[in-house]
Design a protein around this ligand. Structure first.
Ligand code: HDE
Length: 723
């Protein structure tokens, strides 16, 4: 039997081997009750006579239905919708000068990981393509215990203090009276909250950018967000920010596309991740760190502890220290992806926290939420959560306890049990919290160093390409356009003036309103009852860094077409050589192709044996592909030109700025579309078509280069085609 879940040979499989102890497979086995009794009839309940009432005695029925009745657990309060995968992290650069964490010492060390990607606001069954931040959680199963890096695909956050988290989430989740909208922020309560909390403005810029619409979970960055600490053997500490950089680059889809994908395949990202791993195209990320010496803590124009700020890479470069590879799909979604429990407080010796007040609040929240979600303090015993490092302590009992702790003592100190389990000295790996000196008064307050709310929002906006800026404007127009309360729109547009005047003006124009003057209310409404509103207003600041390349997706990796999905439109009479030659070139370059025809089964080419169709127009859609090719073939092209679905396919691919190629008579199909009219009006000379990502009768390699560009956003300038 084919192993449907292969691991690559050189990866550390310690966690997979550990999980194997709990796997079950009924192949070749008898059906039994949960208590091991073989079942003779799983079709009928036990009755008093064939037409009689069911008997209470029917333990088989009762067991089966009772289990079913209890199958659901609460979904995560945030990040409910997620997809997971196994893999490993390999260290390339020793981090010994900075940290004593064992998995970061010796280059070549591999550590098993389980990763879960998620959207934030939607429910468990919501669409993958919501405009939303994505969670990026990594559980490292190190030999010293589990280390969880629970990050996002955006490097900053909406709020500065954990106290505001429930408010933020209440505001963004579906509104409480009618539970709408699902998985979206385009509604009054979210923007009402944002309009009163200027600290959210930097994150809003990211959330309204194309970062919130990833093409693939494999094509997004990850960030630890908070500043953490690394601590070395000499108890010296540095600050650190963590980065994941995808080897395939950072790519997005357009908003129109995202909305359509949500209808055509709401599991688009989950399926993409699954299929990539299943086909051996293992997703990879480089792991990077920004290190800041403790002595530089106050050297920046922002506070390192403020989670609404990033450290521009121009100030502190990202050093790549290793790589993560995801090489195995879970065997069981519930057991692994749903039951995995992340916690920023799961750290190992050599990694520690900063005083970031958002991080500090998270340290309470994550265990607490698992208690209600997974239902027991023994959630650490669930196979996906248990460490590969041994666990010995005096914690006992509780719902669903699995471990059978033997021996007489369950307390420390003891003599009855020979003092075991022992405490570990620091030299033996015992965790010692970094002994930072704290000399402070107890105070409920926010540091004035946290009061610059706009300078990095402006930095982000200024760092975007023209197209990216256009998309931010359109996103804001969409989101604010959905609001019912005009006053919220006005407050947000005013807030945008603090980021960039032209941005505010453009958004206002789309909303049909004038940019409002400064409101009478103080901008920041997040003020303690006895606070002087004046003292809580944003500090005007200008970032000394004007542009940061790393913040734009425009310059990302565009040198390959690995795992890109290419549609080949064809029907009877297609030229087989033309079709197969292009298919081969694309697949040799690492792309995946699908032949799409008006019907499933086979099509008959004008030269050779029938060709198997992969999908019909009924189940395929251009939004599920990165590019489209129309091969030569007079009869095929003429027939497709009569198919509205084929015409729509090409128009939509054009509208979404994807690479399009056609050869021979295939060009006639392009000509029959609105996209063809646009291409003509742009001047049909091969060169200008190429600049638009359209390769007509060109070289296959030109099509490959065009697909690698991901999108030809330039096309948006000449107006949309109807699709
Ligand atoms: Fe979370 N967050 N969060 N969060 N978070 C949860 O824990 C919370 C924050 C993040 O794939 C919950 O197990 C508080 C920042 C991810 O299973 C919960 C605060 C960042 C995931 C929780 C934050 C994150 C969660 C819900 C502010 C980026 C999904 C289910 C103080 C660095 C993990 C769960 C997974 C999940 C609380 C802020 C990322 C309720 C209180 C900032 C990726 O504990």
């Amino acid at each position: 039997m084919k192993d449907s879940n292969p691991s690559i040979k050189d990866s550390n499989t310690a966690k997979i081997d550990d999980l194997a102890q709990n796997t079950e497979n009924g192949q070749g086995e008898f059906l039994t009750t949960n208590h091991g009794l073989r079942i003779n009839d799983d079709q009928n309940s036990l009755k008093a006579g064939e037409r009689g009432a069911t008997l209470l005695e029917d333990f088989q029925l009762r067991e089966k239905i009772t289990h079913f009745d209890h199958e659901r657990i609460p979904e995560r309060i945030v990040h409910a919708r997620g997809s997971g995968a196994h893999g490993y992290f390999e260290l390339h650069e020793s981090m010994t000068p900075y940290t004593k964490a064992k998995f970061l010492q010796t280059p070549g060390t591999q550590t098993p990981v389980f990763v879960r990607f998620s959207t934030v606001a939607g429910s468990r069954g919501s669409t993958d393509l919501a405009r939303d931040v994505r969670g990026f959680s990594v559980k490292f199963y190190t030999e010293e215990g589990n280390y969880d890096l629970v990050g996002n695909n955006v490097p900053v956050f909406f709020i500065q203090d954990a106290m505001k988290f429930p408010d933020l989430i209440h505001a963004v989740k579906p509104e409480p009276h009618h539970e709408m909208p699902q998985a979206g922020s385009a509604h009054d309560t979210f923007w009402d909250f944002v309009s009163l909390m200027p600290e959210s403005m930097h994150m809003i810029m990211w959330a309204m950018s194309d970062r919130a619409l990833p093409r693939s979970l494999r094509m997004m960055e990850g960030f630890g967000v908070h500043t953490f600490r690394l601590v070395n053997e000499n108890n010296e500490s540095v600050f650190v920010k963590f980065h994941w950089k995808p080897v395939l680059g950072v790519h997005a889809v357009s908003w129109d596309e995202a909305q359509k994908i949500s209808g055509k395949d709401s599991d688009f990202h989950r399926r993409d991740l699954w299929e990539a791993i299943d086909s051996g195209n293992f997703p990879e990320w480089n792991f990077g760190v920004q290190i800041v010496p403790e002595s530089d803590e106050h050297k920046f124009e922002f506070d390192l502890l403020d989670p609404t700020k990033l450290i521009p890479e121009e100030l502190v470069p990202v050093q790549i220290i290793g790589k993560m590879v995801l090489n195995r799909n879970p065997d069981n979604f519930f057991a692994e992806t749903e039951q995995v429990a992340f916690h920023p407080g799961h750290i190992v010796s050599g990694i520690d926290f900063s005083n970031d007040p958002l991080l500090q609040g998270r340290l309470f929240s994550y265990t607490d939420t698992q208690l209600s979600r997974l239902g027991s303090p023994n959630f650490h015993e669930i196979p996906i959560n248990r460490p590969i490092a041994p666990v010995h302590n005096n914690q006992r009992d509780g719902h669903m306890r699995q471990t059978i702790n033997t021996g007489q003592s369950s307390y420390h100190p003891n003599k009855v049990g020979n003092g075991c389990p022992f405490q570990a000295k620091a030299s033996e790996g015992g965790f010692v919290a970094y002994n930072k000196r704290i000399d402070a008064r107890k105070i409920r307050a926010r540091s004035p160093s946290f009061f610059d709310h706009f300078s990095q929002a402006t930095l982000f906006f200024n760092s975007q390409s023209e197209v990216e800026k256009n998309h931010i404007v359109a996103a804001l127009q969409f989101e604010l356009g959905k609001l019912e309360t005009e006053a919220i729109r006005l407050r947000i547009v005013y807030m945008l003036t603090q980021v960039d005047e032209s941005l505010a003006a453009r958004v206002a124009k789309g909303l049909g309103i004038a940019v409002p003057p400064a409101p009478e209310l103080p901008l920041n409404q997040s003020i303690p009852a006895d606070g002087d509103p004046e003292k809580f207003q944003p500090t005007p600041m200008v970032s000394s860094i004007k542009m940061s390349k790393a913040l734009s997706m425009a310059g990302t990796v565009k040198d390959n077409i690995k795992t890109r999905q290419i549609a080949i439109l064809a029907t009877d009479g297609v030229d087989k050589v033309s079709l197969l030659t292009m298919k081969q070139v694309l697949e040799d370059a690492g792309a995946q192709t699908k032949i799409i025809a008006p019907h499933l089964g086979f099509i008959t080419p004008n030269n050779g044996n029938p060709i198997k169709v992969d999908q019909s127009f009924l189940t395929a859609a251009s939004v599920l592909f990165d590019a489209v090719y129309v091969p030569d073939g007079q009869q095929s092209s003429a027939a497709l030109a009569q198919e509205q679905d084929a015409i729509h396919f090409i128009n939509e691919a054009y509208k979404h700025c994807k690479a399009i190629a056609a050869d021979g008579a295939g060009v006639k199909l392009i000509d029959a579309t609105a996209a063809g009219v646009k291409i003509h009006s742009a001047g049909k000379a091969d060169k200008s078509s190429l600049a638009l990502g359209v390769v007509l009768n060109g070289e296959a390699t030109e099509f490959v280069s065009a697909i690698a560009q991901h999108r030809f956003w330039e096309r948006e300038k000449s107006g949309k085609v109807p699709a």
